[in-house]
Design a protein around this ligand. Sequence first.
Ligand code: ADP
Ligand code: MG
Length: 478
Amino acid sequence: MEWEVVIGLEIHVQLNTQSKIFSGAATAYGAQPNTQACAVDLGLPGVLPVLNKDAVAKAAMFGLAVDATINDGSVFDRKNYFYPDLPKGYQISQLAIPIVEHGTLEISLEDGTTKSVGITRAHLEEDAGKSLHEDFDGMTGIDLNRAGTPLIEIVSEPDMSSAKEAVAYMKKIHSIVTYLGICDGNMQEGSFRCDANVSVRRKGDSELGTRTETKNLNSFRFVERAINYEIERQIDVIESGGKVVQETRLYDADDDSTRAMRSKEEANDYRYFPDPDLLPVKLEQGLLEQLQASLPELPDVKQARFMDEYSLNQEDAEQLSSSRAMADYFEQVVAGEKEQAKISANWVLGELSAALNQNGLDISQSPVSAEKLAQLIARIADNTISGKIAKEVFQDMWNSDKSADQVIQEKGLQQISDVGELEAIVDKVIADNPNQVEQYLSGKDKVFGFFVGNVMKATKGKANPKQVNDLLKSKLSK
Ligand code: ADP
Ligand code: MG
């Protein structure tokens, strides 16, 4: 390919504080419109913002997790612009001195290698309200509940060179902020959303191409699609003799395209100036040490430990550690029985994840608890049931609150452990099919599967497959 793609992301992360960044109003999602915005959030005359300590701690925690510099003395600025969902006429943000700068994180690429992506900065700011276009015929509704919700905006270096890399980076940030417990990570509710800056240039060009910024992407899939659309569009523009215009664009999921929204504004269009109502943020003595000590085990470290401690391959370890809830669930299933780690990983990433996806559930809402899944796996390990029957048992467990043992008992699914009983069935299958026996003995090995299938059918799947194989082999060789 003669084109090189350059991508930088700006990710907005809502911090899950109880109250807003500069007021005591609640931040809970889903309340009746305009019941959670107070005079400070609305910027009524005479009000004064007071900084929420928890928002500062959570932003700093993110900085520590990505090995960034945490600035002592970061400054809040007013970013002035007019929009109906911003009644103050300005948003309080940080420009020159953000709380977090110069971080870095590792993403894994499809070819198994890793790449390090620079984090330019992460600054604290307040969210705006919301404009509602549905339900208001010919008008726009304004809900100011979100106004003043604390955010960190995480700005990356333009280090990514494909939509896949951008998604890997975004997933990594998502996993880190949810591991840290500073954001609920809910993308449908807008707690985690992203603007994608994209440009292209001919291979070998030393200067970056002109970029566009596609706003407010709230799913990983949309990010990937919007970026790929932009790449194609920009290449088309240049190849047909045109020039890419620096602008802000909107992604339309319905027809999977982006369209121009407004031409790009520069920082000085916003008339930024330090907010006279807020002092520079001095960090309490010992705060960073305290936060550092409270950091949980982060995804990369957990992944490495899973590979080491449970001998999992990189792919399984990475998938399991991508969410803290999933990793915890997995470790509860294994519960110290390290020989069961691989089969436990298969069940968590296979049957369980499939059932969760199908039902749109998060692992924390799984109707089958880790303890129950562990019992099911133990019954495979001790040969009470085969892996195939276990899937049937799992479905029953999913749809009821029964344990594996209850389902196995009630349905009589135990494997036939009586060798004599199994032998009789094997003998009968052989006796009933003389033609196939002849074929097998004359060298048609494939017919073996026919016998296995028939024995399994006769036992309703309750025979131990290995035992069946062994018995058939020995009987058919006579
Ligand atoms: P602004 O504040 O005007 O949005 P920044 O310079 O802060 O602009 O950059 C915003 C984002 O755009 C960053 O993530 C940065 O990495 C990315 N970016 C900057 N230049 C380019 C480019 N030529 N192509 C792609 N991304 C870019
Ligand atoms: Mg920007």
